[in-house]
Design a protein around this ligand. Structure first.
Ligand SMILES: Cc1cc2nc3c(=O)[nH]c(=O)nc-3n(C[C@H](O)[C@H](O)[C@H](O)COP(=O)(O)OP(=O)(O)OC[C@H]3O[C@@H](n4cnc5c(N)ncnc54)[C@H](O)[C@@H]3O)c2cc1C
Length: 416
């Protein structure tokens, strides 16, 4: 292991490390691209990366109105899992998890994947039967998942309140051992660096404000930095999907909602799983820095206001302290919100739109971080070939017309 003297470390701290290279190029915006991706979140950046890597298309711009990862990708609670029930969803989300498992090596960049186990608590007989049902379905789909009893839960989570007089007593848990957390910023930065290395232009502070159509095709995007011609357009803007659809002249079955999260001050390591209570919708994990990351369900009203509120803080913390009474001693440090895109069946929308050369990736709602590698790969396929990838076919926009919904909300009992 390389050793540094105190003087050399101080030098790096004060001067910066002169050998570090910038992670991605500061691209000069061109006036024409083969593909324009709107949205520099995880899904948009991954789309650009897979377009370059899998299809050899590199004349691409990712246009981001703020900074990359500044939307939901950098605001989420970093949980990853693939515990879905339908075979279509299992194939999609487990592909994402498998790609994530290989990503650090592929990028030569530490995305801090921590497969510490995803645990959904079981509070009653109905949830116990549903958990067994789900685990069986997952086994049929070739995805890991199991039901553990209360004694096993207590052993894994010694601080959990297992009292029979708790508001929501605990009978056991559903556990996906391959679930866990990944550093969200690192995913955005890793994809940005890898895409930029392959020639993709990543353009921050460039907002798409209009779409120019000829016939049924988009010929150019209008931005706050001028007009850009393009052969195809990919859209991955999460909670702003219906805004872009409106510019293109069609409607999406998407509503935008605020989703909030918060972190405590750093604590010593006390929690090495991700724990969700379905009774309250509240979940918690502990970061490598020691902070408790806590989140809960959507704000029920529709909104583009990217800010939190005190009722949600109170509801979330009450539920966390019910689960882990000791956490009442920790102080809350930060709290924030993102705008997520909610669809009626809690499954994403991937692929073609009513516009010939415009393809979309949206509808991930509260759970699209875990899907980024698969969402990017499948949108790239649609953009490059003009065809739906087989794995994306069940998730086309068309399903809302033909009523072939993939209702994971009802099936797996999870928000997204
Ligand atoms: C509080 C919170 C907790 C969450 N927790 C989890 C979790 O634990 N696990 C999980 O799997 N998922 C979670 N999610 C959901 C997940 O974060 C999202 O589904 C996912 O990040 C969506 O990625 P994206 O790339 O599609 O969108 P984003 O990361 O939101 O990127 C879209 C980008 O498009 C840009 N944009 C919008 N309009 C324009 C325009 N006109 N021109 C140019 N750019 C534009 C935005 O600025 C934004 O950066 C959570 C979300 C929130 C808010």
């Amino acid at each position: 292991m390389r050793k540094y003297s105190f003087a050399s470390l101080m030098g790096h701290a004060l001067r910066g490390n002169t050998r570090w290279r910038t992670a991605w190029r500061d691209a000069t915006l061109k006036r024409q691209y083969d593909a324009v991706i709107i949205g520099g979140g995880g899904h948009g950046l991954a789309t650009a990366y897979y377009l370059a890597k899998e299809h050899g298309i590199t004349n691409i711009a990712v246009l981001e109105k703020g900074w990359i990862g500044g939307g939901n990708t950098g605001r989420n609670t970093t949980n990853v899992r693939s515990d879905y029930m339908f075979a279509e969803s299992a194939a999609l989300y487990d592909l994402a998890l498998r790609l994530y498992e290989a990503l650090a090596v592929e990028f030569d960049f530490n995305i801090m994947l921590s497969q510490r186990g995803w645990m959904t608590l079981i509070h009653n007989q109905h949830q116990l039967e549903s958990a067994h049902h789900k685990a069986n379905w997952m086994a049929c789909n070739g995805v890991d998942g199991e039901v553990i009893d209360a004694a096993a839960v207590q052993k894994m989570l010694p601080l959990l309140n297992m009292s029979s007089s708790a508001r929501h007593p605990i009978m056991g848990a559903f556990l996906q051992r391959r679930g866990g957390t990944i550093r969200h910023d690192a995913v955005a930065w890793g994809y940005a660096r890898a895409a930029s290395d392959r020639g993709v232009d990543i353009v921050q502070h460039c907002e798409v404000v209009g779409l120019e159509k000829r016939g049924n095709r988009i010929v150019a995007v209008q931005t706050n930095r001028g007009r850009i011609e393009c052969a195809t357009v990919g859209v991955a803007v999460a909670g702003h999907s219906s805004v872009i659809a409106n510019m293109a002249g069609f409607r999406l079955p998407v509503t935008s909602h605020c989703l909030q999260a918060m972190v405590s001050e750093p604590l010593r390591p006390v929690l090495d799983h991700v724990v969700l209570s379905p009774a309250t919708g509240v979940y918690v994990n502990q970061t490598q820095k020691g902070e408790l990351v806590m989140g809960s369900v959507l704000d029920l009203y529709q909104s583009y206001g990217q800010r939190g509120n005190f009722p949600t803080i109170e509801k979330t913390l009450t539920a966390v302290v019910e689960m882990f009474p000791m956490f009442a001693q920790a102080r809350l440090m930060r709290h924030w919100a993102g705008i997520v895109d909610v669809v009626p069946d809690s499954s994403p929308i991937l692929g073609p739109t009513p516009i010939d050369n415009l393809y979309i990736n949206c509808g991930w709602g509260t759970g699209g971080f875990k899907a980024i590698p698969a969402g990017g790969l499948l949108l790239a396929h649609a953009l490059a070939t003009g065809k739906q990838h087989a794995l994306a076919q069940p998730f086309g926009l068309e399903r809302f017309r033909s009523n072939r919904l993939v209702d994971e909300g009802a099936a797996a009992g999870i928000a997204h």
